[in-house]
Write a protein of this length. Structure first.
Length: 92
């Protein structure tokens, strides 16, 4: 199972006899995933900037995401969609 929770505006949590109290969720999708977007852009820029670089052995620096990785992610997404639509477990 994979799970992604929405971050709260602060990490403060109060527990008392009335329950567990948390701050409000962060408001927007860009706000909640700002760090992830920033990291993706940094990696993309690093790959573009190193496109002509060579490793110590003289080989060209390759793109860090391989074709097989992309295909695997697509298979997982397809299986998740089928599972969601059918209500059944889809094994990979």
């Amino acid at each position: 199972m994979a799970s992604l929770t929405n971050p709260h505006s602060t990490t403060t949590q109060l527990s008392n006899s009335n329950g567990i109290h948390l701050s409000k969720l962060q408001y927007s999708f860009p706000q909640r995933f700002e760090l992830a977007f920033s990291n993706e852009l940094d990696l993309f820029a690093d790959v573009l900037l190193s496109a002509d670089d060579v490793n110590e052995d003289g080989s060209v620096v390759e793109w860090p995401v391989k074709e097989e990785d992309c295909i695997a992610v697509q298979r997982i997404c397809d299986a998740a969609l089928v599972s969601c639509e059918s209500g059944e477990v889809v094994r990979l």
